[in-house]
Ligand binder design. Structure first.
Ligand SMILES: C[S@@+](CC[C@H](N)C(=O)[O-])C[C@H]1O[C@@H](n2cnc3c(N)ncnc32)[C@H](O)[C@@H]1O
Length: 345
């Protein structure tokens, strides 16, 4: 059966209902079926709906981390017949022009824990890659693909679809972006800023001078120093001593409410205070005179009381005279929080 307008959506664990709320706003009669509770779900937008993907790319939901199309699904047989179904579907996809000779194709396979199948994901990938190379002269790749073939194995079914990487909202399988952990990495929090840099397409190295509010132990500060920025780090807690001798760093070991900045001193402001969002918002708002017009702000917002949309609205109201929202996104490395990407007015 060929399916139209059927997708698998993935959010961070615990946030699927918010992703579904956002989808329902865009496409009111969408139908949902959960695959992994609070995290992965199928959604079906009425067949006659046009421009589903452009609409989603333009109005990207905060809590939808990843999207993959379902072009065909089968009941699992738990035999080699499953692989034969997939490879046959691929041959058809090639014949129908869903991808072309010489294309770079990434195959991403996700398997639920409770999917009890006798073949491993790498065997599926090997079978698909063999056909790609021998029959379609396509090039199997991991990153920078022209198309992604997405296979999902649930407890009962096998789903497959093909799409351009940007249509999936993330070119990482399930949106689970991974970074290499450095041996001497100061904090895991660094991954959040690395992910924001990628996801929002920011080039930190073109900024000159950053302020990091709530900087300790210093993961974000270390990344900005690596990108060549001068950084003013503010935190009453200690920064990792390895950072302290860096000539690009100024450390103010203070509460952010007690610091004085120069007007328009910074072109980048980052804040990862992990604090009550409204108090954090007011504290940051009081320091925004230090950020020049056009400057960038990256701010994590803790979702303490699980009313995420209200929390975002409240924060944006606090910032409304000074900051313009470019994007709000719950990143893979955000836990009970989301990340705002803003620009100084
Ligand atoms: C989650 S940690 C930041 C981690 C940091 N981004 C990193 O990469 O290592 C939150 C920090 O915010 C700091 N903080 C909380 N309230 C603050 C305030 N009013 N002023 C300055 N720093 C504050 C805490 O001391 C804590 O070190």
């Amino acid at each position: 059966m060929t399916l139209l307008n059927t997708y698998i959506g993935t959010s961070n664990h615990g946030f699927a209902q918010y992703a579904q709320d956002e989808l329902r706003k865009l496409f009111p009669t969408t139908k949902f079926t959960l695959l992994v509770p609070t995290e992965v779900f199928i959604f079906h937008v009425p067949d006659e709906t046009v421009d589903v993907i452009p609409t989603l790319m333009e109005n990207e939901p905060i809590f939808l981390r990843h999207l993959q199309p379902v072009h065909q699904e089968w009941e699992l047989t738990r035999t080699d017949g499953d692989l034969a179904n997939l490879t046959e579907w691929m041959r058809n996809a090639y014949r129908e022009g869903l991808f072309s000779l010489g294309d770079k194709i990434a195959t991403q396979i996700r398997k639920e824990e409770r999917a009890d199948v006798p073949y491993a994901p790498f065997e599926i990938k090997a079978a698909i890659d063999e056909i790609l190379v021998s029959e379609c002269q396509a090039e199997p790749v991991v990153r920078y693909a022209d198309h992604i073939i997405s296979v999902y194995i649930s407890a009962k079914k096998l789903f497959v679809g093909i799409s351009k990487p940007q249509e999936n909202l993330s070119d990482w399988s399930g949106g689970a972006i991974r970074f290499m952990k450095e041996e001497d990495q100061i904090s895991r929090a660094k991954f959040k800023l690395l992910e924001a840099e990628q996801r929002f397409g920011i080039d930190f190295s073109i900024a000159r001078k950053a302020i990091d509010i709530g900087a300790a132990p210093g993961g974000w500060t270390s990344l900005l120093l690596e990108r060549g920025l001068k950084v003013t780090a503010i935190d009453p807690a200690a920064l990792n001593p390895r950072l302290l001798g860096n000539p690009l760093l100024t450390f103010l070991k203070k509460n952010a409410g007690d610091v004085k900045l120069r007007d328009n001193e910074f072109d980048l402001l980052v804040c990862d205070m992990s604090w009550d969002p409204r108090q954090m918002g007011r504290l940051v708002a009081d320091l925004l005179y230090g950020l020049q017009s056009g400057g960038t702000a990256i701010i994590t917002v803790k979702l303490m009381h699980k009313k995420p949309f209200q929390t975002v609205r409240d924060i944006l109201r606090i910032f409304e005279d000074s900051l313009f929202l470019l994007k709000a996104k719950q990143l893979f490395h955000n836990r009970e929080e989301l990340t705002l990407y803003l620009q100084k007015i």
